[in-house]
Design a protein around this ligand. Structure first.
Ligand code: UDP
Ligand code: MG
Length: 314
């Protein structure tokens, strides 16, 4: 019996990308053509609560082509949850994830898919260069990857995004990981399946502005660190112990001065400075603990990760 072609589902999270859709779809069709002898390539667009004409445009495509599928979320849930909604609903033997803004070249998916067929479960795009990104973005990204790899026990390759091709068993494993604050590019390596980097040059955004302003980026980074590692808590404990030790040494020294010398023990200023310093430190460390408690609180509520308002061809 002839085995049917494997299905490759390409997940595309979309947030206010009306001006990208036409160019994006043309290139995705090129990919479908390129792989037509090897795979049935399907596209699963996940609209993350766009306010522009993205949904009508995608619905129109879905009406014309059965291999175009659409999930519209009821509001903006954020990129990571939009991709999650895609992963939960992708029925491909292989699944790819790509941004809508054409920064990642769709044609590369063909090569990545071939590497996958050769026996690799995860082929992740790794940026050889970042064109059209500000110095600030590059520096902050480099710092971020350094911090996260220091803090986390999972090896998270640097300069990767969510652009990747994964086998069905990786996706099945990810589906079982229901944490709310997610950092997919850390969760995928956590699954432990064989993975390989695919080097590529990241292009400039096709059109429009980044949907990741600084505030979202900082939240994303903090989330990644706090949800991926409990090490900041352990560091806080160690730091506290170190300070307590220094304090004890200082106390002994002053006691010594008081009992065995005529040198007066320094007064109020030093005490005040110390109190303010440690007061601030304690409050900020309580805040750090609070970050973890808040996440426990949100997980405990057990709400769905996203809400779907509309689907096409699913
Ligand atoms: N995106 C999304 N929800 C959001 C923000 C972004 O689905 O809340 C999508 C966006 O449409 C794009 C991808 O996620 O397809 C990456 O976003 P963007 O290109 O703005 O990020 P950058 O490349 O600047 O980091
Ligand atoms: Mg982008």
């Amino acid at each position: 019996m002839l085995r049917a072609q494997p299905i490759l589902t390409v997940i595309v999270p979309v947030f206010n990308e009306e001006d990208c859709i036409e160019a994006l779809f043309a290139r995705l069709l090129g990919l479908r053509q390129q792989l037509s002898a090897e795979a049935d390539v399907q596209f699963l667009f996940v609209d993350d609560g766009s306010h522009d004409q993205s949904v009508p445009a995608l619905s129109a495509l879905a009406d014309e082509q059965p291999f175009v599928k659409l999930i519209a979320l009821s509001r903006n849930f954020g990129h990571q949850l939009a991709v999650t909604a895609g992963l939960d609903n992708a029925d491909g033997d292989w699944v790819a994830v790509i941004d809508a803004d054409l920064q990642d070249p769709p044609e590369a998916i063909a090569d990545m898919f071939h590497r996958g067929l050769a026996g690799v479960d995860v082929v992740y795009g790794q940026r050889r260069s970042r064109r059209g990104e500000t110095v600030f973005k590059r520096v902050s990204a480099a710092a971020f990857y350094r911090v996260i790899s220091m803090l986390s026990d999972t090896d998270i390759p640097k300069d990767t995004g969510d652009f990747r091709v994964m086998s069905r068993r990786v996706v099945a494993t990810l589906r079982g990981m229901r944490e709310r604050h997610r950092f997919l590019r850390g969760m995928v390596p956590w699954t432990g399946f064989r993975s390989e980097a695919y080097l590529y040059d990241r292009d400039e955004r096709y059109t429009g502005k980044t949907k990741y302003p600084l505030s979202k980026m900082l939240r994303f980074a903090a989330n990644a660190i706090v949800s991926f590692s409990a090490k900041p808590l352990a560091l806080a404990t160690k730091f506290g112990l170190l300070m307590a030790l220094l304090g004890a040494l200082g106390a002994f020294y002053m006691l010594y001065l008081k009992l065995f010398s005529d040198i007066p023990v320094p007064g109020l200023t030093s005490i005040l400075v110390t109190i303010v310093f440690f007061g601030g430190l304690q409050i900020s460390l309580i805040g750090l603990v609070g970050e973890y408690v808040a996440r426990i609180f949100e997980e405990a509520k057990g709400r769905p990760l996203y809400v779907i308002s509309e689907t096409r061809n699913l």
